[in-house]
Design a protein around this ligand. Structure first.
Ligand SMILES: NC(=O)c1ccc[n+]([C@@H]2O[C@H](COP(=O)([O-])OP(=O)(O)OC[C@H]3O[C@@H](n4cnc5c(N)ncnc54)[C@H](O)[C@@H]3O)[C@@H](O)[C@H]2O)c1
Length: 352
């Protein structure tokens, strides 16, 4: 069903995050009559200064309201739904990262399971008393759910019963819980499996950002599985365009369980070594590094997968869209942003 964004109240969880802040900004700038409420606990999984600077960019919009809090706190989520009565909900708050689930598994249970459960419960009760309630719940899943599946490209029709990280298991569980709630309470919901998202204002915990930091410091970068890995790297603006398109078309409860699931990926896996080569070139061109990176080649890490590759045919069929930004363009934009961000960060760190 078509959903008009004008005058809508849109709740975005994880609004201080990479994708959440980008989405809030995209909606606020493109739909001048939409209201956005963001929730985020601004946790210190990575540099909170970056999260705060993303929030500062959003606070210039009068139609943006920020709630600093945890979606694992049921009372807080209920209060937010009661107060703001959102018509569209985008759940992006999560403990992300594959490797961190080995160090701090509890945070995945709290944010990805209990947090998402609270969102589902509040969506369910949004219809109480005959209220209009939530017209569309869109939530982030991940390409990690495909685990070590051999068949490529990865299709949402493929079985994904063998996660190889706790992160992946929680994301698959989110899809299952969303299906149960869509079936029981007719909450129109769409899950999006994102494939390695990169770009300006990106996450410092992700490999490309870590490589950049290390190259700048002249340190050696570690390349796992001896560089023999492929990723479907997806540029942030493509993800945001895709999410905004998806938001505006919900599954129809009159036509079965109102539940849909899509991959959003670039549909063009690139080898990790090519990726590093392009990143190196962009950083050299922007004057961020003076010489090529020192590289150390290591075996595969536990929880990592060899390849990710998105089948995006359903996305094209239903939304006439697929990501298209190439690595050269995306990494050039990342490098330019990184340069200015580090200049500001250095000034901040020196107390200027
Ligand atoms: N970036 C990617 O490559 C990628 C790939 C696949 C899936 N995803 C998913 O997309 C979503 C957004 O990812 P991102 O890259 O923007 O990550 P991010 O870490 O930048 O953003 C997540 C935000 O959620 C907040 N958060 C975490 N737990 C919370 C809680 N319990 N309550 C309130 N806020 C909480 C964090 O502070 C953070 O600001 C996540 O669900 C992630 O799992 C991302």
């Amino acid at each position: 069903m078509k959903i008009e964004m004008n005058n809508k109240r849109i709740l975005i969880t994880g609004a201080a995050g990479f994708i959440g802040a980008g989405l809030a900004k995209r909606i606020l700038s493109e739909t001048p009559s939409a209201f956005v409420v963001g929730i985020d606990n601004v946790n210190d999984y990575y540099d909170t200064g970056l999260k705060e600077s993303r929030l500062a960019g959003l606070e210039q919009y009068e139609r943006f309201t920020f709630v600093r809090g945890d979606i694992a706190d049921q009372g807080l989520v209920e209060d937010v739904f009661r107060k703001y009565n959102p018509q569209i909900v985008v759940n992006l708050a999560a403990q992300a990262g594959v490797r961190y689930s080995i160090l701090n598994p509890q945070s995945y249970i709290q944010s990805n399971l209990i947090g998402f459960f609270n969102i589902l419960e509040s969506c369910r009760h949004s219809y109480d008393g005959g209220n209009e309630g939530v017209a569309h719940l869109v939530y982030a899943s991940s390409s990690s759910v495909y685990g070590s599946n051999q068949k490529v490209p990865y299709s949402t029709q493929d079985r994904v019963d063998h996660p190889i990280s706790l992160y992946a298991a929680t994301k698959k569980a989110d899809e299952l819980m969303a299906h149960a709630y869509a079936s029981l309470y007719k909450i129109p919901s769409t899950g999006l499996r994102f494939f390695t998202v990169y770009g300006p204002e990106g996450r410092p915990d992700m490999a490309y950002f870590g490589f950049t930091d290390k190259m700048v410091r002249g340190e050696t970068i570690q390349i796992y599985n001896y560089g023999d890995m492929k990723r479907d790297f997806t540029y942030i603006d493509d993800i945001l365009t895709g999410v905004v398109k998806v938001l505006q078309k919900s599954p129809d409860p009159e036509q079965g369980v109102p539940y849909r699931l899509y991959n959003i990926g670039n549909n063009r896996p690139e080898s990790l070594l090519d990726f590093v080569g392009i990143l190196e070139r962009c950083l050299l061109r922007e004057g961020i590094i003076a010489e090529p990176a020192k590289k150390e080649f290591l075996p595969m890490q536990p929880g990592d997968v060899y390849q990710t590759y998105a089948d995006v045919e359903p996305l094209i069929a239903d939304f006439d869209f697929k990501p298209s930004t190439g690595l050269e363009e995306g990494l050039t934009k990342f490098s330019k942003w990184y340069k200015s961000y580090m200049e500001q960060k250095n000034l901040r760190d020196r107390g200027c």
